[in-house]
Design a protein around this ligand. Structure first.
Ligand code: HEC
Ligand code: HEC
Ligand code: HEC
Ligand code: HEC
Ligand code: HEC
Ligand code: HEC
Ligand code: HEC
Ligand code: HEC
Ligand code: HEC
Ligand code: HEC
Length: 460
């Protein structure tokens, strides 16, 4: 009897077409797009704890490793820390991030009360005078500490980078060297159909000739064919993500990992603004997200992709404020040509910075059209915005996962703000919610003291 029920449950969970009735509660803000893809988390209907744990780690493990997670699981499998686990079993993701309880979920999918750091670190005032008398729910407030990602907040880092002027452009944006990233699987062979199509479509042919694809010799057939056997290939009317993916594996991987592509990655149709609770332009509500929502199909204008394209969809207070902000005026000057493009700050500067892959860790051979589930191996050499040296094997690409630097927003400090601003200024600005709403028009209104404390402690 029990087996029969379990069997039925596993059938509906993993196989049934319409799963909405089974949903036991709305998914968190991070997962609502895939809440009906039950099997992406419940990979086995019979499995409990470890099954879900490994699903979380499959999707998030690489990013947590890239973030040098301050509280990795191995800290808690250490027997000396066993007593700490009695209150919060920090070995399990679900101890802090459960699902299907949207009403009780805090930002970033956290389902713990706000004073949880205190359970494990209540003695901190004994070793640090600066921390005596701090409120027990203040450890994780903006600009102080995060649970996972403290790359910009470690004490050594604070001390080392203190005392710089608020504005000093120290690093220009590196060019991505995506040419090196092209998969060899789809050579730009000419097929007869390309000739015919070129004659029939002058405007398209003109745009293509001037584009990076035309210049690099990527023929019409490079995109307009399905399958990798060019001799057999037939003209494909509407190329999609799978065609782009066959040559641009890293960009596509990033895209599928963030909110723009996560629905596609789960096997659904692309997300449209209508699915979201954020504010969008009304004429874009039904626009599906895809590579061509920011890049044209034949003219490839990366400047437009970095601002204009975003604003054709996003229409919340922060996005609307951009063009009149100090950064936005720099971007407009660069678009007019009165400033070099490398000095512009665009939406993409913050939301799509550069990433260096010393060992891209993507199996390019697996990147054939139609195969969205690119094999992912650990990219041990990936780094976000730390000295982009284009060494021989390194690939520099544009991060296509808008969420990689989004929350907690201290993730932006090192790969983005510190190319131009001091650490103190960046911490203060990102802790100021008014500045985020008005897209950084003005000075930060409060000062976060963490850098001062760190410097003082080291000097004494
Ligand atoms: C983003 C990941 C995710 C998705 C997608 C998801 N769940 Fe869950 N689900 C969880 C987590 C996490 C728990 C809590 C497990 C725990 O606390 O041990 C859970 C718990 C449950 C439970 C309670 C039983 C149990 O094992 O604790 C049921 C029933 C359930 N989910 C059904 C569904 C169904 C049906 C769908 C699809 C409509 C779905 N879930 C989609 C993550 C997910
Ligand atoms: C199929 C892949 C997938 C699985 C499985 C999955 N996630 Fe996610 N998760 C995502 C994506 C994609 C996002 C949205 C982009 C982002 O915020 O990184 C996300 C977002 C999040 C967020 C951030 C929410 C926010 O609002 O900023 C947390 C926390 C999270 N996931 C934890 C978990 C935990 C814990 C599990 C296991 C119960 C899990 N995820 C399972 C793909 C997955
Ligand atoms: C002891 C509690 C705790 C545990 C255990 C935990 N998290 Fe988190 N997680 C948090 C908190 C708190 C945040 C909010 C941001 C921060 O402080 O780092 C967060 C944020 C996140 C985020 C979004 C922000 C980011 O830095 O990427 C993801 C994704 C995430 N957790 C995934 C996981 C996964 C996967 C696991 C299991 C391997 C896990 N978490 C285990 C507490 C926890
Ligand atoms: C379940 C217990 C637990 C919770 C909850 C917890 N920590 Fe920790 N934390 C630890 C342990 C264990 C260590 C490692 C201590 C060591 O290595 O000496 C640690 C290390 C640290 C460190 C030193 C970082 C490093 O890499 O050396 C900081 C800072 C820190 N925690 C802050 C926090 C903050 C802030 C929170 C809440 C967002 C928090 N912790 C929540 C157990 C916990
Ligand atoms: C970088 C990939 C790429 C290359 C190279 C390319 N196309 Fe396209 N083409 C696309 C995409 C994407 C679409 C749009 C599909 C859609 O609207 O959904 C498209 C659409 C078309 C259409 C349909 C009409 C339209 O505008 O929607 C024609 C005709 C066409 N392309 C002709 C050509 C010709 C001729 C060439 C060579 C001069 C060429 N394409 C090169 C990607 C490409
Ligand atoms: C047959 C391989 C191939 C396919 C398929 C392909 N590309 Fe490209 N792409 C290239 C090459 C080669 C370059 C030029 C690299 C260089 O100049 O360094 C390029 C350059 C680009 C650029 C940079 C443009 C610039 O001005 O710097 C973008 C954006 C781009 N591709 C997007 C796409 C999109 C979107 C698709 C799918 C519609 C696609 N590509 C399909 C090979 C391809
Ligand atoms: C949200 C808008 C957006 C979407 C969607 C998007 N891109 Fe991009 N892409 C950009 C921007 C912006 C740049 C240039 C950033 C810059 O120069 O600062 C870029 C640059 C590129 C480049 C050249 C730089 C590099 O990383 O090598 C390639 C290739 C590319 N995109 C491919 C793709 C493919 C393939 C897809 C679909 C999987 C895609 N893009 C979807 C905005 C987008
Ligand atoms: C075709 C419309 C469209 C375009 C163009 C577009 N976006 Fe989005 N964007 C979306 C949708 C839909 C979401 C999903 C929102 C959600 O999950 O609630 C999203 C999500 C995001 C998020 C994550 C929001 C969150 O709360 O997790 C960021 C950041 C973002 N977009 C930035 C950009 C930037 C920067 C550009 C230009 C380079 C851009 N978008 C272009 C439609 C678009
Ligand atoms: C100087 C850096 C910077 C620039 C430029 C910038 N943003 Fe943001 N953006 C942020 C930060 C920081 C956040 C807040 C992250 C957080 O704390 O939740 C954010 C949040 C967002 C969100 C998520 C809003 C939400 O409520 O979830 C979207 C969407 C977004 N930005 C789109 C854009 C677009 C579109 C542009 C250009 C018109 C742009 N941003 C320009 C830094 C920037
Ligand atoms: C490519 C360089 C560059 C990057 C990257 C950059 N900024 Fe800026 N920022 C500037 C410049 C230049 C100005 C001054 C513009 C002016 O006043 O003409 C500025 C102005 C500001 C201001 C307004 C100060 C005032 O007094 O009005 C704030 C706040 C700010 N930046 C925050 C940030 C944050 C936070 C980040 C990272 C998320 C960031 N910036 C990334 C170059 C940059």
């Amino acid at each position: 009897m029990t087996l029969a029920i379990a069997g039925y449950f596993s059938f509906v969970l993993l196989k049934a077409e319409d799963k909405s009735e089974l949903l036991i509660g709305e998914a968190s803000h991070g997962h609502f797009q895939i809440e009906l893809a039950c099997s992406s988390c419940h990979t086995d209907a019979f499995g409990g704890g470890e099954v879900i744990q490994s699903a979380c780690v499959d999707c998030h493990g690489d990013d947590l490793a890239l973030a040098h997670d301050s509280h990795p699981r191995k800290k808690f499998t250490d027997p000396r820390n066993a007593d700490l686990l009695e209150v919060i079993d920090a070995r399990q993701c679900v101890s802090c991030h459960t699902e299907h309880q949207k009403e009780q979920t805090h930002p970033m999918g956290v389902t713990l009360p706000e004073d949880y750091c205190y359970h494990c670190h209540q003695d901190i005032g004994e070793s640090r005078l600066s921390h005596q008398g701090l409120a027990f729910d203040s450890c994780a407030s903006a600009g102080c500490h995060n649970y996972h990602d403290n790359r910009a907040l470690y004490e050594d880092f604070l001390v080392e980078n203190s005392g710089q002027p608020w504005l000093q452009v120290v690093a220009r944006l590196a060019d991505s060297n995506h040419a090196a990233n092209q998969a060899p699987t789809r050579l730009p062979v000419q097929i007869a159909d390309s000739q015919v199509q070129r004659q029939q479509h002058d405007t398209i042919t003109g745009q293509w000739l001037l584009s990076a694809h035309g210049r690099a010799g990527v023929d019409c057939a490079g995109c307009h064919t399905q399958g990798s056997d060019m001799d057999q290939a037939e003209w494909l009317e509407k190329p999609g993500l799978a065609q782009c993916q066959s040559c641009h594996a890293l960009e596509t991987r990033g895209y599928l990992d963030g909110k723009h592509g996560m629905k596609l990655a789960a096997g659904f149709s692309a997300v449209t603004p209508q699915d979201s609770t954020l504010q969008f332009q009304s004429q874009a509500l039904h626009e599906p997200q895809g590579c061509t929502s920011c890049h044209g199909a034949h003219d490839f204008d990366t400047q437009n992709a970095a601002v204009g394209a975003c604003l054709s969809c996003h229409d919340d207070e922060h996005s609307r404020a951009f063009l009149n902000s100090p950064h936005g005026r720099l971007a407009q000057a660069a678009i007019d040509g009165s400033k070099p493009w490398a000095e512009a700050v665009t939406c993409a500067t913050c939301h799509m910075p550069r990433m260096t892959h010393k060992n891209p860790g993507l199996n390019f051979a697996a990147a054939t059209p139609g195969n969205l589930s690119l094999e992912k191996t650990v990219d041990g050499g990936a780094s976000l915005g730390e000295g982009h040296e284009a060494t021989e094997n390194a690939v520099i690409s544009v991060v296509h996962n808008q969420n990689l630097t989004l929350r907690p927003n201290e993730k932006m400090i090192r790969p983005v703000c510190m190319s131009c601003h001091s650490l103190e200024f960046a911490i203060d600005a990102l802790a100021d919610e008014t500045l985020i709403r008005n897209n950084f028009s003005g000075n930060p209104k409060q000062h976060i003291e963490s850098v001062d404390w760190a410097v003082k402690r080291v000097k004494h």
